[in-house]
Design a protein around this ligand. Sequence first.
Ligand SMILES: *Cc1c(COP(=O)(O)O)cnc(C)c1O
Length: 427
Amino acid sequence: MEPKTKKGKASWDISLSMTANNTFNPIRNIVDGMKLTPNPDKDMIALSIGDPTVFGNLPNCVVAEDAIIEAVHSRKWNGYAPSIGYEVSREAVAKYVSTPNATVEAKDIILCNGCSGSLEMCITCLASPGQNILIPRPGFSIYKTLAESVGIETKPYDLLPSRKWEVDLATLENLIDANTVAIVVTNPSNPCGSVYSRQHLTHILAIASTHKIPIIADEIYEHFVFPGLQYHSLASLTDDVPILSCGGLTKRFLVPGWRLGWIVIYDKHGVFSRVRNGLVSLSQRILGPNSLVQSALPKILENTPQDFFNDTLEYIQKNAAVFYESLSRVQGLFPVMPQGAMYMMVGYEKERFPDIKDDVDFTEKLVKEQSVFCLPSKCFQYANFFRIVLTVPSDKVVEACERIKEFCSSHYVAMEMANGVHGDSCH
Ligand SMILES: *Cc1c(COP(=O)(O)O)cnc(C)c1O
């Protein structure tokens, strides 16, 4: 039947929303565009996937498993939870994250769909289109994806490989302008594996305090530091900077698929009162995370034995040490030893690999010749590095090192021998 009035369209001309159109995941965009044809004579070793469950060598803790099973069998947790999360679950998170100098309660916690969900809520709660947030470079790509898809600008501040990836503080301060509404700090870091000292965190906080800019702390790797090192949350080191800390079960408890994240609101002076209401409103958009995982939180957070965490970290540190020892001896490479999280960044001296165009080309050729896949640092808005994942089985680590070494020696050119020019070494 012919419509009487001219409503709608004459054909199915369906356009894409601005948000969808502006949403890019740089890792997917770069990786999907790469030519990844492994050497048929060698098994593929993927050092690229930031998911500690893929190899089966790092299982979850049975405490967490049992808590979920019990929740299912009780049939008590099948309904809607409050959109910010169950009170008992938020209380458990508050207890878990509180320190003597930064104590929080259930009212300061919002449960989210993974730490990505927490980050999305924090970024969109603090920033409007046209405003900007400062983000680390190299950095986890999701900050840019989340912000730029809704018209929020991101301004990258540099991390310094020569200083174990500490923040270039002068640049950070210089980037702040009248439209800057938040600083994102990732500690410990993906992709760098850095863990900041108390003193360095204090310097970052001083800049935030001077310019009255709140911090979004991505602390998904809280306590995920190698034996002998200490983790400090940003909130535990300040009395005046308001902080939204994003965390969750994903990494420390080795259950990324469970999608349980949280926001901790640290606000000693009530300057976040509007933000607090804003976060509650935003939580009502998708009504909170899975009720079963929420209900298991008190048991998971209270009863997971310290040994579980220690074992994981010892395993990762051992892998890191093997990679570092071995790759440090490869001419043209300079790995930066991590202090936590599950990654290591390895730099290469560009001038010594004249037949390699950039880090994407480097990692493509490494797949083609040696069937070893690492992420190019372009995925983290950085150049001339590649990222290695440290959760792989130890036998693969040794094999991967051998192959990377072989790859490098077949491409390395000692330039001083050819023309007397020294490449600038970053060792
Ligand atoms: C893995 C990761 C996240 C995301 O965690 P999910 O809980 O899986 O959403 C956030 N930030 C960093 C730095 C990460 O490495």
